[in-house]
Design a protein around this ligand. Structure first.
Ligand SMILES: Nc1nc2c(ncn2[C@@H]2O[C@H](COP(=O)(O)OP(=O)(O)OP(=O)(O)O)[C@@H](O)[C@H]2O)c(=O)[nH]1
Ligand SMILES: [Mg+2]
Length: 334
């Protein structure tokens, strides 16, 4: 287990070990996180998501340069729950950002996080606590927009960039329902291709409908989502992207929104921890209880039906919350 003091001093070796424990869903990470938590919370967390291959890693690599020019300490976690541990995408992410490897104020890790019970958001949140405690001011989380992943990132990041590319195949039409709601900055990358302008236009149209819905009206001036064009490969538009992320950060800081968001994310984190811990307790109960084994026999012999049996077993649980409460948590989280 890595040393807490070393992590707090920013040791990349200790930090890497801590993140490995988290990625492996090792119970030893838990006490570590408890000790690190009070030292976390100062980082600005950026989520970058989008379909496979749209250029997220290349873009982040270029963004790292902009952040380093202003001497920000920056960490990146690339998460790909769909790829095998030794597989291509994660290695590709690391390779694409490798040239920063010699810079001690840049820290890049990848996670698979398939073992995580609480899913992507729990794992990345845990990792962000480590990185923040290490003293990184900017944390970028790259997630592949597959399944739930891009929605999970909304439970962790303070600012979300959605990357798309021109063309209908993998472009705006493919942007999933709901994704427009979570993005703060929309990036049309690979704008060296034809139809980049059309993609920008289409996104702006869709966003104008979102913006006119009058959401967040309880706060005086809502952030208007931006649409930017980039060519990540040669850095075109990346300075503007960097400026826009900082503008969003300043905007959130100025009107107290960042503090509100942090409180909100803290509640979400608490809830996902609660679910994980409650389920662990239930599993333990199920494994060790004699009554449970007897019940299985009864089901097999037909003396009790599975519905009544499940009810009986859960009624026996020696935890203070009941299953209804857990189910409610799940529903509200979705
Ligand atoms: N033409 C063009 N190609 C680009 C641009 N940005 C990235 N690419 C290329 O697109 C490919 C995918 O880039 P990545 O940065 O790995 O994309 P990604 O979104 O991180 O991919 P995954 O992590 O696998 O989802 C690479 O071959 C890049 O060189 C761009 O602006 N224009
Ligand atoms: Mg990538």
């Amino acid at each position: 287990v890595p040393d807490v003091k070393e992590i707090l001093q920013g040791s990349q070796i200790a930090g890497a070990r801590a993140i490995r424990l988290i990625d492996d869903n090792d119970p030893k990470a838990f006490s570590l996180l408890k000790q690190l938590y009070p030292h976390s919370g100062n980082a600005f967390i950026i989520g970058i998501t989008g379909s496979p291959g749209v250029g997220k890693s290349t873009l982040i690599d270029a963004l790292i340069f902009e952040f380093r020019k202003r001497d920000f300490k920056i960490a990146v976690i690339a998460v790909d729950p769909t790829s095998p541990f030794s597989g291509g995408a994660i290695l590709g992410d690391r390779l694409r950002m490798q040239r920063h490897g010699a810079d001690e104020k840049v820290f890049i890790r990848s996670m698979a996080s398939r073992g995580q019970k609480g899913g992507l958001s729990r794992a990345t949140k845990d990792a962000a606590i480590v990185l923040s405690a290490m003293g990184y001011e900017i944390i970028i989380i790259e997630t592949v927009g597959a399944g739930q992943a891009e929605f999970d990132i909304a439970a962790v990041a303070h600012s979300i960039g959605i990357v798309t590319i021109p063309g209908t195949g993998d472009g705006i039409q493919a942007v999933k329902a709901g994704i427009l709601e979570i993005g703060d900055i929309f990036i049309v990358n690979k704008s060296d291709r034809t139809d980049a302008e059309a993609a920008v236009h289409e996104l702006k149209m869709m966003l104008s409908m979102r913006n006119s819905k009058g959401q967040e009206s309880h706060l005086s001036r809502p952030w208007t989502a931006r649409v930017l064009k980039t060519i990540a490969q040669n850095g075109t538009g990346v300075k503007e992207l960097f400026d826009t992320f900082l503008a969003h950060f300043d905007f959130m800081k100025q009107n107290g929104r960042l503090e509100l968001k942090k409180k909100h994310l803290e509640r979400l984190y608490f809830k996902s921890l609660l679910k994980d811990l409650a389920l662990e307790k239930i599993e333990l109960f199920v494994q060790e209880s004699m009554a449970f084994k007897e019940t299985l026999d009864q089901i097999e012999s037909g003396t009790i039906d599975p519905i009544t049996a499940a009810e009986n077993v859960t009624n026996d649980l020696k935890i203070t919350c009941n299953l209804k409460a857990i189910r409610n948590l799940k529903v509200r989280d979705n």
